[in-house]
Write a protein that binds this ligand. Sequence first.
Ligand code: NOJ
Length: 755
Amino acid sequence: MKKILFPALLIIVSVYSRAQDAKMDAFINSLMSKMTVDEKIGQLNLVTPGGAVTGSVVSKDVDDKIRKGQVGGLFGITGPDKVRQAQDIAVKNSRLHIPLIFGLDVIHGHRTIFPIPLGLSCSWDTALIRRSAGIAADEATADGLNWAFSPMVDIARDPRWGRISEGSGEDPFLGSQIAASMVKGYQGSDYKSTHTLMACVKHFALYGAAEAGRDYNTVDMSRIRMYEYYLPPYKAAVDAGVGSVMSSFNEIDAVPATGNKWLLTDLLRKQWGFKGLVVSDYTSVSEMINHGMGDIQTVSTLALNAGLDMDMVSEGMLNTVKKSLAEGKTTQKQIDDACRRILEAKYKLGLFDDPYRYMDNSRPGKEILTASTRKAAREIAVHAFVLLKNDNQLLPLKRSGTIALVGPLADSKRNMLGTWSVSGDPDKSVSLREGIGNVAGDVNIIYAKGANISDDPMLVKRTNVFGPEITVDTRTPSDMIKEAVDAANKADVVVAALGEAADMTGEASSRSDISIPESQENLLKALLQTGKPVVLVLFNGRPLTLTYEDGHVPAILDAWFAGTEAGNAIADVLFGNYNPSGKITASFPRSVGQIPVYYNHKHTGRPYNGEDNAKFKSDYLDVANDPLYPFGYGLSYTNFSYSDVKLNKTSLKGNEPLMATVTVTNTGKYAGEETVQLYISDPVASVTRSVEDLKGFQKVMLQPGQSKDVTFTITTNELKFYNSDLKYDWEAGQFFVRIGTNSRDVKSAEINWAK
Ligand code: NOJ
């Protein structure tokens, strides 16, 4: 019965969706037949009246332009009333009454803020991440919005780059799964519901590979690396049905992405079949002038002809495309195609049925930052934390005795939200001090700030652009440290809340030194000298260099920036209400000089294998090759042991599947969740391959003493890679199946797979 029903259902769905498409086409054809060229070009214009945006210029005369039909969409405003005011002008006062779309950077939550994306990715929990995006969509649509500039899926191997915080780290397999789940979380099954919105995958493409980790810098990359490692998450978002794509600031093969026809048309639309709209990043059209691609007319035409539909803030399209049409530099079809894709997005959002459908004044009070969204934020946040070290089971803390809570991030609400939380209210977030107060019970807490986040006036000034994240104490550093040491001397244990201010990562926040700032290092050293056990709770938007901390501090919990409920969630983990299970998704280097250091690197012809007095090997004189903490690493309050890998076969042929099983046992005292990771290594191929690639993972919850078999089904799909002809295929031969607790600590089994 099922066998008949399923195909029948598919046929019904496809007939229905074709009928819907035909209805949409007829509507848009009729509308476009009434539009002048100017009105069509007007749709390509995305403006912002300022506010929650990141760019150095804001649009002028916005109301007037809307009235004249010179605006297709608007971003940077929130609230049903404000959005309604703008929509009113478009719908009531423009000639064709075409509604606007309203976008915003909804990145890791809207009003209820979740952990920064890099932190969320450490949960390896796609259902949880999808849930966070769903809540963000609920809140954002209640706030009048229908377009989120998210997910950001740029692969990043360079922690100097501040925007590593906004993505899911260094791995394309995990990154792709997260990209797809975020799109589904935002858009639901389609985005016609007033509780879902259109997602926008960004920054297409390769933005995370900026040279030297400096934001907005040049990118140069081979096609094989691009296809194998950097493009998959964007493709996964497209396959998940993302409605829009944002082009990136960087160049690709010496042509900026925003004007790159190969990227926006040949790859995105022709190879991947993307049908939605492509918007530029903020002024990335006019920035092509600085890239050396010509004047504003030339770059705007370049972008349009390359396949860009909407120009964010540059207004180059608005002001020059008509001239280019008259001069034969672009075509009416090019303008029509771009305009049509924007109108289609509006149609799919239901805006032609009701332009005010996202502007329901009764919703914000009921749906934004409620007890239930806060509860979800707390539940989600605990999964993001990564236990980097826990000597002698210092954690979880006991709910008795005295704790010295020390550090410039211990009593900060503002920094809890993390970068790019434009609609989050720092006053509504929970500081660590408050969280510990809520969770610790009968514990005596002595608080001391101990140090400023940084004493470097330039860093303070540049970090505080969006508000006072680094508050500078007027006391001397030694007075502050003394107060903290006195507190430590009176305590049984010290909790030191140290790290970065929220906006020391994020856009335009690259750092060349990614250690904990000196003022705080001095504090940490003084605390360690007291001889009291120190738990370091780390706040950071990127992997930091922690060689000193790893060598000296007994327990380190990486809390990233965990959002609105940060303090409660961290306290939940510190006191054992939740056993941490996060695993890092970007390698932590030992020193900046190792960067880029990432797990899926290539072999070299002169590998260094730890030999004494090695010469002429690929290594450093002054530091090891491997990272301090490898990709996939993260501890638990309990321990997990892994059996050897058991295979159903060691020789395979063609399409038969391989089953690889490990038995994982909880050998410790606490119940805990483990993320079991599958890597595959292909030692000989027609092109050089990485040492290993993540090809699967499963999360298992185990009670103390409990064992579970975890089985991965591996097919030839998992063996595929891009060869010199950019063909995605597998080659017969030997492979290693590696399963373990992180990318370094794995059990390995050999197989042979014939064609
Ligand atoms: C520039 C950023 O690169 C992008 O991520 C963001 O969506 C826009 N500004 C709009 O704020």
